[in-house]
Ligand binder design. Structure first.
Ligand code: UDX
Length: 483
């Protein structure tokens, strides 16, 4: 039994993650935390994503169930746009979730008190829990500022959020925000976007409690403001990934991509670690744009040229949705000694200047002393993981919450730089190379690194005994027990 495990409570938690990497990771961490605290846990996994990895979590009082769509056709992102995906998942999973909960209640868990813990974007869980009178707790996986900003814009009917009035409205809340930091969503169907966002908001504000993957110290004023307008108590217990990585058995088990390519993932992992081991401290630029961003071939080529020009060492996780390794190698300018298809990299080749892989063990990479900066799309998980390790960020946000997160990173916490782009927001090799130099070699970069290391201490403090996240977690555990 886990050291932290206090009691074997009668409460059993049914967790509903969303099958998107950036949402699945924090929920798996939460599952691990709850289990270590003595709760029984059942993970309900949507069928569209294969989760063989999750089965390795199954153990005494830790189960998983599969959830199919009513017609078995749940789409898998990122093949469809996000709002459409959310709409379909929520429509199609509702009845099978009802069956699943009723089955658990009449079968294996008939003597247990249930509580549903769901990702806010899986709002069908809220409807079904209410119908069956099961208490529910919601998990928010992104920055508080994004939620507050969107709620405010929604109330003022400014969504989608790119208009002048919307910018002014959000600046009342967060003065340093600019028009280009506004949340970005698909504009093709504003009504659908508005509807989905309204349901996400509703499923959050009506839960019994809100678990937030953030830290009190990072977003104190906004959390305070939010708590004064929402009745459910908010528990900021982040960064959640740190709870998961404390358990080595479950450390690398959550990649959706890995579910498709398990063997290659392990190969990539070994290559990444060997590559980093062969370079000096703080010398490698780590590049990743997360799991959803799909880069065009011309963007990939310009990134490769910028990396070639800057002269720094780099580790680039391109993601399976952008290109395969071979394709990337061809985009890198010929004649460069850095030619770096994953297949060519050998641990005993210290002169190798770059390594490209499909998928990197990101938490391990960021914790490696050789990494000097992280060129990131500012997904909230990547941002938290970077701040946890004191790694300065080169920010290149794309959609959804990423722009507002990048705004916080560069202008509020000041632990990163914006990637310089051309007048149309496009990539340009000279600007890429200059941005990397500024962060890796200049005085500005040194200041940012100093603040990033202070940020790392802030995170460590929050997680230590008596720290804000740690205290919040204890209160959450007590709260759920009394539900
Ligand atoms: C999405 C949205 O883009 C993001 O803005 C939102 O906050 C969460 O959902 P995603 O694009 O996947 O997430 O980015 P991110 O939140 O950073 O999550 C990606 C996760 O995958 C991170 O935990 C990261 O460690 C992991 N990852 C990514 C790897 O382990 N290896 C990789 O090569 C790339």
């Amino acid at each position: 039994m886990d050291e932290n495990r206090k009691r074997d409570w009668n409460r059993h938690l049914v967790l509903v993650p969303c099958p998107l990497q950036g949402h699945l990771n924090p929920m798996l961490s939460l599952a691990s935390v709850f289990h270590s605290k003595g709760f029984g846990v059942t993970l309900v996994l949507v069928q569209s994503s294969s989760h063989p990895a999750a089965t390795s979590w199954a153990s005494d009082d830790f189960f998983y169930e599969s959830l199919g769509g009513s017609d078995g056709s749940i789409p898998s992102a990122p093949d469809v746009d996000l709002m459409r995906f959310l709409n379909e998942v929520n429509l199609k999973c509702k009845s099978s979730f009802r069956d699943c909960l009723m089955g658990l209640r009449m079968g294996r868990l008939r003597d247990r008190k249930l509580c549903v813990v769901y990702d806010a974007i899986m709002y069908f869980s809220a409807e079904v829990s209410d119908e069956l009178e099961i208490p529910r707790v919601v998990l928010r996986t992104s920055i508080v500022a994004n939620f507050l900003g969107l709620s405010m814009l929604n109330q003022k009917a400014y969504l989608p959020a790119q208009e002048d009035g919307a910018v002014k409205a959000i600046q009342e809340l967060i003065p340093s925000m600019r028009a280009r930091d506004m949340p970005v969503f698909d504009k093709s169907c504003p009504e659908a976007t508005e509807r989905v966002l309204a349901q996400i908001h509703e499923s959050t504000s009506t839960a019994s409690a809100i678990v937030w993957n953030t830290l009190q110290t990072l977003e104190q004023a906004l959390l305070h403001r939010l708590q004064s307008s929402l009745s459910p108590p908010i528990f900021p217990i982040g960064p959640l990934h740190k709870y998961r990585t404390r358990d080595p058995r479950r450390r690398h088990h959550s990649s959706l991509f890995a579910a498709e390519t398990g063997a290659r993932r392990e190969e990539d992992r070994i290559k990444c670690v060997s590559f980093l081991d062969s370079h000096p401290p703080g010398s490698v630029v780590y590049v990743s744009t997360g799991s959803l961003v799909k880069l065009s071939r011309s963007e990939l080529a310009e990134m490769a040229r910028g990396l070639a020009d800057c002269g720094q060492r780099f580790l680039w996780a391109v993601g399976l949705s952008s290109a395969d390794d071979g394709g990337i190698a061809q985009l890198i300018p010929s004649g460069e000694e850095l030619l770096c298809a994953a297949a060519d990299c050998h641990p005993n080749a210290p002169s190798m200047r770059g390594l490209v892989v499909a998928w990197a063990p990101q938490e391990e990479v960021l914790a490696h002393g050789s990494v000097g900066c992280f060129w990131t799309h500012n997904g909230w998980n990547s941002t938290l993981e970077s701040m946890t390790e004191g790694v300065p960020m080169l920010c290149w946000p794309w959609v959804g919450d990423q722009k507002i997160i990048a705004g916080f990173v560069t202008r509020v916490w000041r632990v990163g730089l914006e990637l310089e782009c051309d007048g149309n927001g496009g990539l340009e090799r000279g600007r890429i190379s200059r941005s990397i130099e500024r962060l890796m070699a200049g005085e500005e970069g040194r200041e940012i690194k100093k603040r990033a290391l202070e940020m790392k201490e802030t995170v460590e403090l929050a997680l230590s005994d008596g720290g804000c996240s740690s205290q919040s977690l204890s209160k959450l555990v007590d709260f759920i027990q009394l539900l």
